[in-house]
Design a protein around this ligand. Structure first.
Ligand code: GLC
Ligand code: GLC
Length: 811
């Protein structure tokens, strides 16, 4: 069953049934100011940091799910309804929620009254706009009453949800004209307030939640709406809200447009007040007047469209498969921007309180984003590297507001440093900007300890070299990419976190995943050193890479696949000798991508073993068989029920590693089969089972040993977005930026006749037409660049500002 459809022309997903199997959401905002909004208008808004600067309140894990948001109540005669269906839930004559690129549009109607609400955040603006249009399509005059509703969060989202003894006494508001100001804690240490306005004279307002709702009412039946007029309540403590009340007369055929704005203001310390305890409203007024007419709002919407035209225009394809085109051209790229902005902080599965920016996560997110806005990618790389220590280790996370390492979530994940080589080399290949390597970047956020960025890469590389175990394989530390493989933890206390408990010392747990990762990014490091003329460094590093390859061949092979790890006591993990967890995806992916033992057939065997043991109808599971008991020496992984998350779930983040490895072997049919198994647009018809949005990737789909294989969770914020984009565009479609040009190396299903990609690269446009007359998966017979034959498959840098015709014949 479908709950909507794709509208590719408008780059929208159109939801036509509000009762989706889970809230299907969208993100508004692209730089500092953000909102999450669901298909029933649920969600919340924050400035930069979902924990420390939350403007509106949202209750996670609520009953029913997704209660609370930016709501409108329309009272038309005896009927009350909401354009987003919730909170009133009156059955609508028509309902449509269009999630587009950084905007969401609700279109609905009831009793010949049409309502449209367009929600978005203008580029560079610290405010969210809701453009509301009401149209009377009947032949009689209507007298409409419109109530808006938002609930303020008292800024620190965690404190807001826990510290009631204080917070019920701190809330403060001001109302002036049609603007409701939220100024809790402004008197003391805050230099920011929020406001909610409408560009029309209001007939009333409410700011006290209990007065508006009635203490025992739910959001669907506020007292004020029932009574048909607001009470002009002024909140003192308890729970401040903002609700406007408007009476609107609509003759037959008439239309009314209103602009609501939820804004955020920061003021200088000496400019906080207009008079005693009256806040300085000038900055808010300025924001309001920037968008006080429909024309201004429509212009900003148009700017947003152009902004996305530009971003998405940098890589686009045309194939015979619309599901593929819409992933590559629209939704996958869009999700890459969102993961770049949010890391793992705020979604409908991440509370915005728990996690800041992850060192490994944010580095990986860059590979799907760097072509969009390279300047922001560069800034991010510097921010991340600034949280590293001189020995290459790093904080696992940092807070976006302060950009400082977050000691509370620990460190010592020994894969972390290597991802910096991935992001940095991806950035330089995309842009040719080597100057990043010379930029002075602090260690531990201490400017006095700054060194050129290149030294950070070197520190990352040598952190592995200096932390080897008895088999000369990398020590795992707290865990590697798999956060739940906690081999030194031995936790018996349910109240302690596997991620931060004190690890047992003296262990020898080693990771084959980090070994493969080191060979891949070690080679990248060597290649980069050569690019910049550091041959001696390259030669030295090369020896360590070779030693790692030897160590894996000698101690990391189980006969049919790569081992996963050695535990604290030196026992093998991921071996056929074990009863459970015989084989794991991560080491197959990384050691195969590293091509360790390829000439001995190891890669082929490993990938065949993945197909045989890990693949299922819905994707490739992480390990098999899943653990059914708690193995104290393995940590969190065995706490999950079999088939979920890191224990036998389809962890979509790592599936593309196998896709890439398959393309290196030339098996295009298999690579694409894996791609289409988890790409959301291919799962649209499975929506009822899959549950989450059919336009974005999720972190995890329940695996073959789960209770409900194919059911997905944790949509949106996952490294899945960038890795899948990287795998499909650079390895399956095979068009890959390199230091000296674009490599053309597709590995596609044999049945394909070809495809076309238009790609902006170093300010030139490459219009690449690939044909596959012999129906091969891989291999190139001939390339023509602007009509001239080319030797090899590296298209050199071509004249900037021009369109270049590239013809590729496979065979
Ligand atoms: C989550 C984390 C990521 C980790 C992965 C596997 O997605 O954000 O850092 O690598 O889980 O455990
Ligand atoms: C992994 C899991 C994530 C969890 C974290 C810490 O990243 O995927 O859900 O929060 O480990 O346990």
């Amino acid at each position: 069953m479908n709950y909507g459809h794709f509208d590719d022309k408008n780059r929208e997903y159109v939801i036509t049934n509000p009762k989706t199997p889970y809230p299907w959401i969208n993100y508004l905002g692209n730089d500092d100011f953000f909102s999450l909004t669901s298909n029933t208008a649920g969600g919340y808004t924050f400035y930069k940091d979902a924990k420390f600067r939350r403007l509106t309140r949202y209750r996670y894990n609520n009953i029913p799910i997704d209660n609370g948001g930016k709501y409108f109540y329309i009272k038309d005669g005896g009927t009350t309804w909401s354009p987003g269906w919730k909170p009133v839930k009156t059955e609508l004559d028509h309902y449509e929620c269009r999630h587009g690129m950084s905007y969401t549009k609700f279109k609905s109607s009831k009793n010949e009254l049409e309502a449209e609400v367009v929600q978005f955040i203008p580029i560079g603006f610290w405010g969210e706009i809701q453009k509301v249009s009401l149209k009377n399509t009947s032949s009689v005059k209507k007298d409409i009453k419109l109530f808006s509703f938002i609930e303020w969060c008292l800024w620190n989202a965690e404190d807001d949800m826990t510290n009631f003894q204080r917070n019920f006494s701190t809330g403060e508001v001001e109302v002036k004209d049609s603007v409701i100001y939220h100024k809790t804690e402004f008197k003391e240490r805050r230099n920011h307030y929020a406001f909610y306005s409408v560009n029309e004279t209001i007939q009333g307002f409410d700011t006290d939640r209990e007065t508006f709702l009635g203490l025992y009412n739910d959001l669907d039946k506020p007292d004020v709406v029932g009574e048909g007029h607001s009470k002009n309540s002024l909140a003192h403590g308890w729970s401040p809200i903002a609700s406007h009340y408007l009476e609107i007369e609509l003759p037959p055929g008439a239309e009314k447009e209103l602009i609501f704005m939820l804004g955020y203001v920061e003021v200088e310390k000496d400019q906080k007040w207009e008079s005693k305890l009256v806040i300085n409203k000038q900055p808010a007024q300025k924001m309001i007047s920037a968008f006080d007419t429909t024309e201004k709002v429509d212009r900003a919407l148009e700017e947003l469209r152009i902004y996305w035209d530009n971003l998405l225009g940098k890589v686009s394809i045309k194939s015979k498969d619309p599901r593929l085109d819409r992933m590559v051209n629209i939704w996958n790229q869009y999700q890459c921007m969102v993961t770049f902005n949010m890391s793992r902080s705020a979604s409908f599965f991440e509370s915005g309180i728990g996690r800041g920016m992850g060192f490994r996560d944010s580095n990986q997110d860059l590979i799907g984003f760097v072509h969009q806005i390279p300047e922001r990618a560069r800034e991010r790389i510097v921010d991340i590297a600034s949280t590293q220590f001189e020995d290459g280790s790093c904080y696992h996370q940092y807070q976006p507001l302060t950009k400082k390492g977050n000691a509370a979530v620990g460190g010592n994940f020994n894969d972390d440093p290597l991802w910096l080589i991935l992001s940095t080399t991806a950035y330089i290949k995309e842009t040719g900007d080597y100057s990043l390597l010379e930029e002075m970047v602090p260690f531990d956020n201490d400017a006095s300890r700054a060194k050129p960025h290149f030294e950070h890469l070197k520190a990352s590389f040598y952190h592995v070299v200096e932390n080897l175990g008895p088999h000369k394989l990398p020590l795992i530390g707290r865990a590697d990419w798999n956060d739940c493989l906690n081999l030194n933890c031995f936790s018996e206390d349910p109240n302690e976190s596997f991620q931060t408990t004190e690890n047992e010392k003296g262990g020898v747990a080693e990771s084959l995943m980090i070994a493969g990762l080191f060979v891949v990014y070690g080679k990248e490091h060597v290649k980069l050193c050569r690019q910049i003329g550091k041959d001696k460094e390259a030669d030295e590093a090369q020896l360590y890479v070779e030693a790692m390859i030897d160590a894996v061949e000698e101690h990391g092979w189980d006969g049919e696949w790569y081992l996963r790890a050695y535990d604290h006591f030196g026992k093998k993990i991921g071996t056929s000798e074990n009863e459970e967890g015989k084989i794991f995806i991560e080491s197959q992916g990384w050691c195969s991508m590293a091509e360790i033992g390829k000439d001995k057939g190891m890669v082929e065997k490993s990938l065949n073993a993945v197909k045989e043991h890990l693949d299922c109808d819905y994707g490739i599971v992480l390990n098999y068989p899943a653990f059914t008991k708690y193995y104290i020496e393995y940590g969190e992984i065995s706490t999950y029920p079999a088939g979920y998350k890191e224990n036998g779930g389809i962890f979509c983040h790592n599936n593309p590693w196998i896709m890439i490895a398959e393309t290196q072997l030339g098996r295009g049919d298999r690579a694409f089969e894996y791609y289409s198994k988890i790409a959301p647009s291919y799962l649209e018809d499975l929506s009822e089972l899959h549950k989450v949005e059919p336009y974005v990737y999720c972190q995890m789909i329940a695996g073959k040993e789960a209770n409900k294989p194919g059911e997905a969770k944790n949509s949106w914020l996952s490294g899945t977005a960038s890795w899948n984009f990287y795998a499909i565009t650079q390895y399956i479609l095979g068009i890959r930026p390199d230091y000296q040009g674009l490599i053309i190396d597709p590995c596609i299903p044999k049945a394909w006749d070809g495809f076309r990609m238009i790609r902006t690269f170093r300010e030139a446009t490459y219009d690449i037409d690939i044909s596959n007359p012999d129906h091969v998966s891989k291999g190139i017979k001939q390339i023509f660049v602007n009509g001239n034959p080319l030797e090899g498959n590296l298209i050199p840098l071509l004249a900037k500002g021009k369109v270049h015709q590239i013809k590729v014949v496979m065979g």
